[in-house]
Design a protein around this ligand. Structure first.
Ligand SMILES: C[S@@+](CC[C@H](N)C(=O)[O-])C[C@H]1O[C@@H](n2cnc3c(N)ncnc32)[C@H](O)[C@@H]1O
Length: 264
């Protein structure tokens, strides 16, 4: 089953589909280096699923299903939902083979549409973009409640939620939004996501630190990807993901991510 709402202008403007194409192209180039990370994601999800009520599971950020133990989840749970802002057509086709799997297409952060509208209004009125007036929509908590979800996984998504939204703000605000305002906004987007996940039923897997080392040299760049605190966990795991060995993501650099998985 597949629920597809009308495509909204903000989804196109913020560039979500292009971003998703980038993931599969990078996976094809880096398959051997990604496999260990993908296996660790799947194992953590199944271990977390084991002590939850086995009726309804929801995966947030399903994308190309690379990091999802789809077969096992569909066998264990009565209903399984995969949620993403865009589902690739290949995955829509694949989903039709599972009787108890439903794809939902929706924006999960709750900030994308309101940010898009705020930025456009400021542009039209030639005023400064005021990020503090943006009120997020409760899309995710409504979705979890409506579907009586017993187990939810935020899957390699947390550190992505702020990026396209903030890039859109920066590109369309004539540099009049300060670094401090941007940083506060990133934190707000990520912490709102974490607060929307129910305690005792949730799992987050996310890269949180990026380290890029020159391919021909020793210079290192570090970047923080998660701007808020992770919740207190029942169980946690940490591993390294060799994300780009060829210097495409950060030009002429090898990039690794530090990944954290938590069950809470
Ligand atoms: C890095 S990918 C996660 C990997 C994914 N499970 C896969 O195997 O391709 C992040 C996914 O989250 C989705 N996503 C990013 N921001 C989103 C948002 N605000 N709402 C819904 N989905 C979003 C992207 O479209 C993408 O498919």
């Amino acid at each position: 089953m597949f629920f597809k709402p009308k495509k909204n202008a903000y989804i196109k403007a913020l560039g979500y589909s292009i971003d998703q194409d980038g993931i599969i192209n990078r996976y094809i180039r880096e398959k051997e280096n990604w496999d260990l990370h993908l296996e660790q994601c799947k194992r953590f999800i199944l271990d977390s699923a084991a002590n939850k009520k086995q009726q309804t599971a929801m995966i947030l950020g399903s994308g190309w299903w690379l990091d999802i133990p789809t077969e096992e989840l569909c066998q264990r749970f009565e209903n399984v939902f995969f949620v993403d802002i865009v589902h690739p057509s290949q995955m829509r086709h694949k989903a039709s083979k599972y009787k108890n799997l439903t794809l939902i297409e929706t924006e999960i952060s709750g900030f994308a549409q309101s940010t898009y509208q705020t930025v456009r209004l400021a542009k039209k009125q030639k005023t400064k973009v005021d990020l503090s007036v943006i009120i997020p929509q409760t899309i995710l908590s409504d979705l979890l409640k409506e579907n009586n979800v017993d187990f939810v996984v935020s899957l390699n998504l947390l550190n992505q939620l702020d990026i396209l939204i903030v890039d859109y703000v920066i590109e369309n605000s004539n540099d009049d939004v300060s670094e401090h305002e941007i940083q506060t906004f990133r934190e707000q987007i990520q912490s709102f996501h974490i607060q929307s996940l129910p305690k005792g039923k949730s799992c987050i897997i996310s890269d949180y630190q990026e380290k890029s080392t020159q391919l021909k040299g020793t210079a290192i760049q570090n970047k923080t990807l998660v701007h808020t605190a992770f919740p207190v966990a029942n169980r946690t795991a940490d591993w390294i993901w060799l994300f780009d060995s060829q210097g495409y993501y950060v030009e002429q650099h090898k990039t690794i991510f530090q990944v954290k998985a938590i069950d809470f």
